[in-house]
Design a protein around this ligand. Structure first.
Ligand SMILES: *[C@@H]1O[C@H](CO)[C@@H](O)[C@H](O)[C@H]1NC(C)=O
Ligand SMILES: *[C@@H]1O[C@H](CO)[C@@H](O)[C@H](O)[C@H]1NC(C)=O
Length: 537
């Protein structure tokens, strides 16, 4: 009797909203405007949120409900996506063009989502029109609930660092280059929290700090290090790792990592350094780790880091392992989901390529260069609007050599709870970074060359890390395993913005025919309508 009452109670609340009564709400009103910023010493137009560049940080706790009213005061349509936030059962809130109609200028739209069962270091950024090149991004940190133990000694405080490459050029000018089918030039610099060399983080000697670092750039991998201090890796994108110590650490575009750093040196000031990886000219940004009580400035040579060495990065990537006994956002051990024993029901081999289509630069996946239709895919799917997309419009494996690339709208049809293997095959000579919305995936291998079925023998089927963003080294592959337990339309994209902008992305439609609020939330009542769905408003 008690149980059925409880279920009935849950049923009512489940039907009304995703939230359960006890979970906290946090409300934000964000005004998005242009404003003049000087990150590299020259004035340029930036995108500000409530006057800030980078945007305000969200400090959440697992299961918080987040409500953000985004007021678009730009002259262009705008959306924000929440990088690594699972949006359980509600791709309606994902904020990418396949799930949401963009917010028109001079209007506003309110996101509502829950940080359900998540913990760790995340970011948000604009997903529209290359806006990320002008700002609009910020940090989204999720702390554990009070009843949850963390698998490392509690830090005395935290620092949050957003690192990324930066152009002095206006985002509309950069966008026009891409629209004309040209490549972007090399970035002009790197920034740490919007500054080239002036951010200061002050701590006490002897104390321990959690330093969260995210790569919010457009296309450049970075190496991160702190003069005189080591970095103990504790978390990558919500997974608690085995706590290994490194002198420096690579972070690729779209990725987030948290370190524990103990201030165990003399009371002084030390350089925090981010430098570019795999670029012809090494770009560097610095900040200061200032010990309280020291009036000095950081000095001496900057600590050296790797520059173009791929092997170093690949070996480091393989060394990052999941702590199987640690919990994450829930108390059960992370290792209790034995991903290595689950049969794979489908394998996708996704090969990126640089193409010229109609004389213009494009990027493709299995020879399809994605175009976002005017009708958001999720709306077309929900209302059965024909001719917007078709399922399996992109082949599961790369087509034979010589197949010409074409423009298309790439949607892979998958069944809810499918356990899928995806190989990102990079035959190009540049680093790639791939991001999946809606689900974290287990990274099971990084290897040089061309993937073949036999390559599975090298997979890490025991303690690979579940995360949202994986790098793929030049002329190499990376393999992931993912349990598609989140119904919806999910973006799988190059985190490298010019590549995504020119077509290196696709959507995974995770579906079953059961119409139930337990598997997918209803269309929100404030949904925007666009394209062929406009009349449904
Ligand atoms: C727009 O903002 C107003 C408050 O300023 C709010 O009442 C309204 O719900 C918002 N509209 C949407 C679609 O979120
Ligand atoms: C793994 O997590 C446990 C907590 O379950 C912790 O005590 C241990 O130190 C962690 N091990 C490593 C190597 O990080």
């Amino acid at each position: 009797m008690k149980i059925s009452l409880a279920l009935a109670f849950l049923g009512i609340f489940g039907a009304l909203s995703v939230a359960v009564a006890e979970d906290r709400y946090q409300f934000f009103t964000w005004e998005v405007t242009y404003g003049t910023i000087y990150p590299l010493g020259v004035p340029q137009q930036g995108i500000l949120i409530n006057g800030q560049f980078p945007g305000p940080r969200i400090d959440g706790i697992t299961n918080d409900n987040i409500v953000v009213n985004v007021i678009n005061k730009l002259d262009e349509k705008f959306l924000i996506t929440w990088n690594g936030i699972k949006q359980r059962r509600t791709s309606w809130q994902d904020g990418v063009l396949g799930t949401n109609c963009p917010i028109p200028p001079k209007s506003n739209w309110t996101y509502k989502f829950q940080l359900k069962d998540q913990i760790g270091t995340y970011t948000y950024f604009p997903s529209t029109k290359l806006h990320r090149a002008a700002g609009g991004f910020g940090a989204l940190n999720i702390a554990q609930r009070s009843v949850i133990d963390i698998p490392y000694p509690a830090p005395d405080a935290e620092f949050t660092l957003l690192v990324g490459d930066w152009y002095k050029t206006n985002h509309k000018v950069l966008r026009r280059l891409l629209d004309y089918g040209k490549k972007l030039p090399s970035p002009d610099g790197l920034l740490i929290n919007g500054q080239r060399d002036s951010a200061v983080f002050t701590g006490q000697a002897g104390k321990r700090y959690k330093i969260r670092v995210s790569n919010v750039g457009l296309s450049t991998s970075i190496n991160f290090r702190i003069q005189g201090h080591t970095l103990k890796v504790i978390e990558v994108e919500g997974a608690h790792t085995l706590q290994d110590t490194y002198d420096s650490f690579d972070i690729h575009v779209g990725q987030s990592v948290a370190f524990l750093v103990t201030l165990n040196q003399g009371v002084n000031a030390y350089y925090i350094v981010a430098s570019s990886r795999f670029t012809p000219n090494v770009l560097t940004a610095t900040a200061t780790l200032q010990y309280a009580g020291s009036g000095s400035k950081a000095s001496g040579p900057l600590p050296v880091g790797p520059t173009t060495d791929v092997d170093w990065s690949l070996k480091q990537a393989r060394s990052v392992r999941l702590n199987l006994t640690a919990n994450a956002a829930r108390p059960n051990p992370q290792g209790s989901f034995h991903y290595g024993t689950i049969p794979v029901v489908r394998t996708l081999v996704l090969a990126n390529s640089e193409e010229h289509i109609n004389g213009k630069l494009r990027y493709a996946v299995n020879k399809i260069s994605h175009i976002n239709p005017l009708t958001a895919l999720k709306l077309a799917d929900w209302f059965n609007i024909p001719k917007v997309f078709s399922l399996n419009s992109i082949p599961d494996v790369p087509p034979p050599a010589g197949t010409p690339a074409k423009l298309g709208t790439s949607v892979v049809g998958l069944t809810l709870h499918d356990f899928v293997e995806i190989i990102f095959q990079n035959n190009e000579d540049t680093i790639q970074s791939w991001h999946m919305d809606g689900s974290s995936f287990y990274v099971v291998g990084y290897e040089y060359g061309v993937w073949k079925p036999d390559s599975r023998k090298t997979y890490n089927l025991a303690d690979g890390v579940p995360r949202y963003t994986v790098q793929v080294y030049p002329k190499s592959w990376s393999a992931i395993l993912v349990s598609l337990d989140n119904k919806g339309m999910w973006n799988l994209r190059s985190a490298i913005l010019p590549r995504q902008y020119l077509g290196q992305e696709l959507y995974l439609r995770v579906w079953n025919n059961e119409k139930s609020l337990y598997t997918e939330a209803n269309i929100p009542n404030n949904a925007l309508f666009c394209g062929l769905a406009k009349h449904l408003h």
